[in-house]
Design a protein around this ligand. Structure first.
Ligand SMILES: Cc1c2[nH]c(c1CCC(=O)O)Cc1[nH]c(c(CCC(=O)O)c1C)Cc1[nH]c(c(CCC(=O)O)c1C)Cc1[nH]c(c(C)c1CCC(=O)O)C2
Length: 346
């Protein structure tokens, strides 16, 4: 088994320092990213270009010194291969066409075969793995609920009216869509692991919009099936589960056979540790990177001290790094996490 600190922390083994990576670490805050993104054409073109996607994946290793790379792609990349057009519209986010409205629409959706339909993702992983020899690579997928919400709403949403009403009013449509997404995610993450991903993160970013009761009934069983099947096929590969605004779901998600639970910045670590016994990931407010260095240091120290009480701790922001962030502050964060955690553990 590989002993990179980030994998050890995921498994709950002792490390000399707290490993850190940052959600959206290869994103628009980096000038190098913006330049390559311009060369590539659209954002989806960049996701489909293994050479450039691999190059972008490795930027934050070099630029800010994080302890893992995360595959450069998007949760909507496999959705496109299910048969739905996905465009990223400036200032609006993703736009999906056509929306899913009927059982027939779901019938028409394909379960992508990664080797055949998403070869560029697997090729990107292979290129990264040739170059990245001293740190792990994180693979990822959206979870069925978050993907279903984009497919039913046709894009980002504020109130999730289409997603929730389908869930309540049309159980047949809901189950067929969620089941197809579940199979899609299992095959997609398995293929990423087989291509070389050392650990995977399941993004159920928007699960927190559901009540505990609805989450348990309409969403949890599908995610549980994904996790159990991945653990059956790839028992050595740690799994991280993450969503924002979901502290009311911690007890439920603790029943998943995952290794790590990601926390957003509003969830106090002590609150989480009363409810879960997994390793934790998080959870600095992304906006804290706009504070002065002394404030960042104070916040980091507090999170690291609390994190020592967890089975294992991977430092991260509580959600993605914002495009306006100064890359120097991101580097300062990584250095500060390394320095203070060594001091606390030393
Ligand atoms: C919900 C979600 C999406 N995508 C993703 C999620 C789950 C994480 C979360 O909760 O934020 C996941 C994602 N998206 C991206 C990654 C790459 C890896 C990483 O660096 O973390 C990952 C892991 C790149 C990206 N995904 C996107 C960008 C920006 C695209 C650009 O270059 O213009 C990047 C770097 C686009 C994206 N992709 C998505 C949205 C809503 C947007 C638009 C956001 C915006 O325009 O501000 C869907």
């Amino acid at each position: 088994m590989k002993d990179y600190p980030l994998l050890k922390a995921a498994r709950g083994e002792k490390t000399d320092f707290t490993p850190i990576w940052i959600m959206r670490q290869a994103g628009r805050y980096s000038a190098r990213y913006r330049k390559i993104r311009e060369q590539a054409g659209s954002f989806m073109d960049l996701c489909r270009n293994p050479k450039l996607a691999a190059e972008v994946t490795l930027i934050p290793i070099d630029e800010i010194g994080v302890d893992a790379a995360i595959l450069f792609s998007d949760i909507l990349v496999p959705v496109e291969k299910m048969g739905i057009d996905v465009q990223f519209v400036e200032g609006k986010g993703p736009v999906l066409n056509p929306k899913i409205e009927t059982v027939d629409d779901v019938e028409r959706l394909k379960i992508p075969e990664p080797e055949k339909d998403l070869p560029y993702v697997l090729e990107t992983i292979q290129i990264i793995k040739e170059k990245l020899t001293d740190r792990p690579l994180i693979g990822f997928s959206g979870a069925p609920f978050t993907l279903a919400s984009y497919m039913l709403e046709g894009g980002s949403s504020k109130n999730y009216i289409a997603a929730k009403s389908t869930m309540w009013n049309n159980p047949e449509l809901w189950d067929s869509l969620m089941s197809k997404l579940t199979d899609t995610v299992i095959e997609y993450l398995s293929a990423q692991i087989e291509a070389g991903a050392d650990i995977v993160q399941i993004f159920d970013s928007w699960m927190g919009v559901l009540s505990k009761e609805d989450y348990e009934k309409f969403v949890f069983p599908y995610t549980e099936r994904i996790v159990n099947e991945l653990k059956r096929r790839h028992p050595e590969t740690p799994i991280i589960h993450f969503g924002v605004n979901s502290s009311h779901l911690l007890e439920v998600n603790n029943r998943l056979n995952v290794d790590v639970i990601g926390l957003d910045w509003k969830t106090e670590i002590s609150f989480a540790l009363e409810r879960i016994d997994k390793s934790i990931q998080g959870n600095l407010d992304p906006v804290a990177l706009f504070a002065d260095e002394r404030t960042i240091e104070e916040k980091v120290r507090k999170i690291l001290e609390e994190g020592l009480k967890a089975r294992g701790h991977i430092f991260n922001l509580g959600h993605g790094i914002l495009p306006q962030t100064d890359p120097k502050k991101a580097k300062f964060l990584v250095d500060t996490v390394h320095r203070i955690s060594k001091e606390l553990k030393g």
